[in-house]
Write a protein that binds this ligand. Structure first.
Ligand SMILES: [Zn+2]
Ligand SMILES: [Zn+2]
Length: 328
């Protein structure tokens, strides 16, 4: 047998890229004995960002950025748990067992990270949630190369192209004179929308629901000043017709059909718009074009997809000879 040929064959064999496996608790790295964004509490969790579908409560050891730690602690104020945080800087490698790990900004929200894992001479990049659009409310994305790319595919469909966020929010300046209720997720999106609204709608008063305010303060503590927003004032809202009021989803759904004010929800999903006054297509996830840019820059030999539907990506890259494994 020609052994040199065998080793070349083995290097190209996708089965060699088996550092990560999908288990009921989430994506598991056996060599490092840790999970990436586990769905259930585990002993060692690398957490990409503070959204609740990535950062479950009561992991024992949590490896994440400082803002992610602080946001998780606000979300979980009454915890009796024994969570131990291992705060990591972007770009500073650390080890969990024999796996070398480096966090890079994912551009998704404050503190969000892509996770580069190096083991046995092979680089694996897990994106978590990410976006390429400019966003002054968080660290800009930093893309590094890897042999294996594990990417989210929330909007991995050629029909999903996100418009410019500044232009989207400027639509609010053209509505008839009524206050505007904007529903957003409380962490990440609410802060981005606050900043965008203050920048693009200078004549409007931007008010924030009380449940979101602690997150705004935390952004400021991490040097992301969102501008001159105000806590919600019922009197001001009643007396005025040029307020933008940013609220979490449950408040939005309670009041969205009230015709005294406009209402809209900031998202990339169409189905939120049935009763909205105006579509506010602003997403913190990569669109189809962003995914192409990501793949070009990472330049992987293999792609694995998580979150959403990986089939379009699989079809697209199979035409270019890149193997795409769908894990979602
Ligand atoms: Zn997220
Ligand atoms: Zn997510």
């Amino acid at each position: 047998m020609d052994l040199s040929q065998l080793s070349i064959f083995d290097t190209a064999n996708p089965l060699q890229y088996n550092l990560l496996t999908v288990t009921p608790s989430g994506i598991y790295c056996a060599a490092g004995e840790f999970y990436l964004d586990p769905k259930k509490p585990v002993a060692h969790a690398v957490v990409s960002h503070a959204h609740s579908d990535h950062a479950v409560k009561n992991n024992k050891n949590i490896y994440c950025t400082a803002p992610t730690k602080d946001l998780m602690n606000i979300r979980n104020p009454n915890k009796k748990s024994t969570e131990v945080f291992h705060v990591k800087e972007y770009g500073s490698p650390f080890y969990i067992n024999d796996v070398r790990i480096t966090l890079y900004p994912a551009g998704h929200m404050l503190g969000s990270a892509m996770v580069l894992m190096e083991y046995d001479g092979i680089k694996y990049l897990y994106t978590g949630d990410f976006k390429l659009q400019p966003d002054a409310s968080c660290e800009p994305i930093e893309i590094v190369s890897a042999d294996v790319l594990m990417t989210e595919t929330t909007f991995a469909n050629p029909r999903h192209i996100h418009p410019d966020a500044d232009l989207e929010i400027q639509k609010l300046n053209n509505l008839d004179a009524r206050n505007i209720l904007i529903g957003t997720y409380a962490i990440g999106k609410a802060q981005r929308i606050t900043h965008l609204a203050l920048k693009n709608c200078p004549d409007k008063i931007v008010m924030i629901h009380t449940s979101i305010i602690p997150f705004h303060h935390l952004y400021k503590a991490h040097n992301y000043d969102l501008g001159n927003w105000l806590p919600y004032s019922r009197n001001l809202f009643k007396l005025s017709d040029n307020c933008i009021y940013i609220v979490p989803p449950y408040i939005y759904h309670r009041y969205k059909d009230n015709s005294k004010f406009h209402s809209t929800f900031a998202t990339g999903w169409d189905w939120f718009y049935k009763s909205a006054s105006v579509r506010l297509h602003i997403s913190d996830h990569a669109d189809w074009q962003d995914l192409q840019v990501l793949v070009e820059k990472v330049s992987p030999k293999k792609i694995l997809t998580v979150h959403g539907d990986g089939r379009h990506l699989q079809y697209h890259y199979s035409m270019q000879g890149i193997d795409v494994g769908i894990l979602n």
